[in-house]
Design a binder for this molecule. Structure first.
Ligand code: ADP
Ligand code: MG
Length: 316
């Protein structure tokens, strides 16, 4: 068993990501590991499955297990508020209104919530081991998550160009003699450059964690059907292109042989799909786990615990 500080569960909507991440997090907690279970999917359903009201602050679920549902809207507000405060502290009174207006626009722009959720995610990764020994991420459906995980690389370059622009404009200001004495002093430790640099360092760090198989594991959850297999194939290839190792695959809702006549045809089709899954994903040291179709939805810690018995060893 390898305990990695970061574990991600991804896959299409409805495949069982939330169920599996809750079960896996509980399996860690039962081994005595202080574990934080984080939902980054805007369609939160973690509270329902663990039967505890979770929110945008860390709350206890059971022994050794805590939960957090990232509220992207609240994070976006905080995130943009912070940037605004920093900007306002260095600009002249004349352009305060303009900055406020710009921030208002930034706040309602489509990428803001995603960026803010990502910032929170990087912040959690930055605090590796403190105080949680393991963090399990219940992620959003595939496309969204892949974008999120590739962000450190993309944002790194973007921030670098912002820093370069900021430096240039400070130079121009200086040349034009537009800085008053104390502004000059403040510009030497420009808070915008400082905060951008800090952010860039954090992104870089989280990228290092993401591509290190000893720090991070990424598991896909899929059903034994054609479309999810194809989508997962593409997603695995894309993650690996970014250097993120896929540790395993949970095949969820596997129809048990005793399912009866109604399922006979499906059972036959399933055999083929399971073979296909084995061929596509079974190599490269990846672990394959089957989770049978259960008689009921998974709800409450007792049922989560049963799923934990079935998939808890995926990191073996
Ligand atoms: N093996 C299973 N057997 C029966 N119901 C399941 C199984 N896995 C998940 N479910 C149920 O399917 C629904 C969707 O699962 P969920 O984990 O929320 O998916 P996702 O997070 O990928 O959207 C939930 O109601 C859950 O209880
Ligand atoms: Mg979910």
């Amino acid at each position: 068993m390898t305990i990695r500080p970061f574990t991600f569960f991804g896959g299409k909507g409805g495949t069982g990501k939330t169920t599996c991440s809750a079960a896996y997090a509980l399996a860690l907690a039962r081994r005595g590991i202080a574990t934080l279970l984080v939902s980054t999917d805007p369609a939160h359903s973690l509270s329902d499955i663990v039967d505890t009201a979770l929110g945008n602050d860390v709350r206890p679920i059971c022994e050794n297990l805590w939960g957090l549902e990232i509220d992207a809207e609240a994070e976006a507000k905080r995130y943009i508020g912070e940037i605004q405060d920093k900007m306002l502290s260095i600009v002249s009174a004349a352009i305060v209104d303009e900055i406020k207006r710009q921030m208002e626009i930034a706040y309602t722009s489509p990428g803001a919530e995603e960026a803010a959720a990502f910032d929170k995610f990087v912040e959690l990764m930055d605090k590796q081991g403190d105080p949680y020994e393991a963090i399990v991420f219940d992620t959003a459906p595939t496309g969204h998550t892949l974008r999120l995980l590739s962000l450190p690389e993309i944002l790194g370059a973007w921030i670098e160009s912002l820093i370069a622009k900021r430096r240039k404009s400070l130079e121009l200001f200086k040349m034009a003699g537009r800085f008053e004495e104390d502004l000059m002093k403040r510009a030497a430790n420009d808070p915008v450059i400082e905060s951008l640099t800090r952010r860039q360092q954090r992104f870089e760090k989280s990228r290092k964690y993401l591509i290190n198989p000893e720090s991070s594991a990424f598991f896909f959850v899929l059903n034994a059907e054609r479309m999810p297999i194809l989508e997962t194939s593409r997603a695995v290839a894309l993650l690996e292109k970014f250097g993120i190792v896929v540790g395993g695959v949970v095949v969820n809702r596997v129809i048990p042989p005793e399912a009866g006549d109604f399922f006979a045809a499906r059972l036959t089709a399933q055999e083929g799909y399971l073979r296909d899954i084995e061929e596509r994903f079974g190599g490269g040291g990846r672990k394959l786990v089957h989770l049978p179709l259960l008689r009921f939805d998974v709800r409450g810690m007792e049922q989560v615990s049963e799923v934990a018995n079935l998939i808890g060893g995926i990191d073996a």
